[in-house]
Design a protein around this ligand. Structure first.
Ligand SMILES: [Zn+2]
Length: 263
């Protein structure tokens, strides 16, 4: 178990604007902006989000060294460079991808696999001009955000989709993405909000379906020697114990992949 450092302003500024970061840190976020994020501003929530981003950066670094790493937070894909949205204040996936790219002479390529039920609109926007970061989003078409951004590959799902169809869709795209894009790192957003009991999801995956999905993504990449850093993404239930258990599916799948691939 590793402990992340808080994300510095310098690190965050590779994605976010100076003005936004200044306002966010000083609590100069007006009511309308707070409504868009879904959070009441507080110093604690900003600190939490900075650690969360540090955790995703650390997971990416550890994944590059060891092949597979998971964070117990992360996946705040709705944050844009100059504003927060949909429970996301800082875009940890984008910061980690930029950090990993800037910290090597070879300019590593990053594939972001976003299987949270909502489209990764902030991430898609941030990397729309960057050919070395590929954004792949599988989401429910009728779900938030109403106005979608364009990822490098978007797969829009119908309401009510179940395990089998969902998994076969992911399986029909992921291998060729790995083969054609040839990433040096996969950043995997394993949101559990496609679960049938999720309060916002609109899809109908089971616990077993989520487990199979997470196994599939991590094992397919790891067995090809592509490092994977996974984050928990979204999940909405008033029952926190149930939700925590659901988020633990990714960690269990990762443990299984670690054993099976003898990492
Ligand atoms: Zn979500």
């Amino acid at each position: 178990v590793w402990t992340p450092a808080i994300a510095s302003i310098d690190l965050l500024s590779c994605v976010h604007t100076e003005e936004y970061l200044k306002n966010l840190l000083n609590g100069k976020i007006n009511d309308q902006e707070q409504r868009r994020t879904g959070f009441h501003w507080s110093e604690d929530i900003v600190t939490r989000c900075r650690y969360e981003t540090g955790g995703t950066v650390l997971a990416a670094e550890v994944a590059l060294q060891r092949g597979l790493a998971c964070s117990t937070a992360g996946g705040t894909h709705h944050a844009f460079p100059s504003y927060g949205s949909g429970f996301c204040l800082l875009n940890d996936l984008a910061v980690a991808a930029k950090y990993i790219r800037s910290n090597s002479s070879s300019k590593r390529k990053v594939l972001i696999v976003d299987l949270d039920v909502h489209q990764g609109d902030g991430t898609a926007f941030i990397f729309k001009e960057e050919s070395c970061v590929f954004t792949f989003s599988v989401h429910c078409g009728k779900n938030f955000p109403l106005r979608k951004q364009q990822s490098d590959l978007d797969i829009s799902m119908e309401d009510g989709l179940e395990d089998k169809e969902y998994l076969s869709t992911v399986e029909s795209h992921f291998p060729w993405l790995l083969e054609t894009f040839r990433p040096d790192l996969v950043l995997y957003d394993a949101g559990v909000d496609p679960h049938w009991e999720d309060e916002l999801g609109r899809l109908c995956l089971t616990d077993q379906g989520l487990y199979q999905r997470d196994m599939y993504v991590m094992k397919t990449a790891a067995s090809r020697g592509v490092p994977v850093a996974a984050v928990i993404g979204g999940g909405y239930s008033r029952d926190i114990d149930k939700l925590a258990l659901r988020h633990s599916i990714m960690h269990r799948a990762a443990t299984q992949v670690w054993r099976e691939c003898e990492m």
